[in-house]
Design a protein around this ligand. Structure first.
Ligand code: ATP
Ligand code: LTN
Length: 335
């Protein structure tokens, strides 16, 4: 519809951690939707740097990753004029509201979070309280901006449900403070699996560099990683639970080309896994190449990057402050 004013548009919020090189999983599971949503919705997107320190980060590397994650969002084609794009730690209301919400969140419900269980198993030497309370910070990220939709990969569904539960609980006590958001999970690409172990999700913080394709990988690296992708010895190209590796590759190829799984199965009927892996690698490399070219230009201009993220944070804080003070007032704080 024409002439929809900004205020009539439905709102969208999402964040991404600067915890490594963004992967094909981040792209297909979340970022592709962010791009698609920017025309129709009023979108707010943040680099969730506070979340990234739930796992130990090297300071210089973290700083570089925050810059590069923000630059990559621009390189994907997200427009800082149309969207609010900022860095989470620049808007202190996120951490402040997180504390408030943690007092309305039960230890028992947080203990059920599967990401906490996975990450504490992977980082057994550093099971910190922040890793445990991570979903209340994520709830604060979301609820501050009153979004209608939150585009995320399937792995974040549980965290979104807890954000909704907290919002409903708070509203029941104090009236209409928060909007209860809906998850927005893509039909294809919502769970891209590791190329080294297709029973695990592809993750940018995986120690095995061959397990993921980074958005900024070269064409050669992308093709090499797909060639090495773990599959099976059945020699049959079909989407099935018994073939997680091949099914993952079919899912990736579908998400990139827009073809259905049945069409992909037909296209490669009678061909070997080698041909298929090469086709997936080439399709992915072609999709990612323009992003990499944009990125190289954007990251070279630190001054402009800084101007954009500062402006974005100011815009974000104007919205966040209102919601935060409303919540504080309802609880009984003196303002
Ligand atoms: P980490 O590995 O450090 O935990 P991550 O990549 O899993 O990071 P985020 O950076 O916070 O996590 O994820 C950003 C978005 O990408 C989220 O919406 C998440 O659901 C999505 N995402 C992450 N991994 C995948 C994947 N393998 N498949 C689909 N979507 C994914
Ligand atoms: N925990 C999320 C990243 C994240 C997020 C958010 C996603 C932090 N805050 C708010 C959506 C909305 C993850 O994907 N690992």
């Amino acid at each position: 519809m024409e002439n929809i004013t900004e205020t009539q548009k439905k709102k969208v919020l999402s964040c991404i951690q600067p915890s490594g090189m963004l992967t094909l999983g981040n792209y297909l599971g979340a970022l592709k939707n962010w791009i698609n949503m920017q025309e129709e919705f009023d979108c707010t997107y943040a680099v969730a740097d506070l979340h990234a320190i739930t796992v130990r980060q090297e300071p210089a590397k973290l700083r570089a990753q925050i810059y590069s994650t923000y630059a990559l969002l621009l390189a994907l084609g997200l427009d800082p004029e149309k969207n609010t794009m900022f860095i989470q730690s620049h808007v202190p209301e996120h951490a402040c509201l997180s504390w408030l919400l943690s007092c309305y969140t039960q230890f028992g419900e947080m203990s059920r979070m599967t990401q906490f269980k996975d990450k504490s198993a992977r980082h057994a030497d550093n099971i910190n309280v922040g890793l445990f309370s991570y979903p209340t910070l994520m709830a604060a990220d979301i609820l501050l901006y009153k979004p209608d939709f939150v585009p995320v990969g399937a792995d974040q569904k549980q965290h979104l449900e807890i954000a909704r539960d907290i919002a409903v609980r708070f509203n029941n006590l104090y009236g209409d403070v928060f909007t209860v958001p809906e998850p927005y999970i893509a039909k294809v690409g919502a769970r891209v699996m590791s190329l080294a172990d297709p029973t695990k999700k592809m993750s940018k913080s995986d120690d095995n560099l061959n397990s993921y394709v980074a958005i900024l990988d070269s064409k050669d690296d992308i093709i090499r990683k797909f060639k090495r992708a773990v599959t099976d010895s059945l020699g049959c190209l079909r989407l099935s639970e018994e073939q997680p590796g091949i099914s993952n590759l079919i899912g990736i190829y579908s998400a990139v080309t827009g073809k259905t799984a049945a069409e992909v199965e037909k296209e490669f009927e009678g061909k070997g896994y080698g041909d298929f892996k090469l086709a997936v690698g080439e399709a992915v490399a072609d999709e990612l190449a323009p992003i990499k070219a944009n990125y190289d230009k954007i990251i070279a201009d630190k001054g402009e990057l800084e101007r954009l993220y500062r402006e974005g944070s100011e815009k974000a804080e104007r919205v966040a402050r209102k919601t935060y003070f409303k919540a504080m007032k309802k609880v009984g704080f003196v303002l």
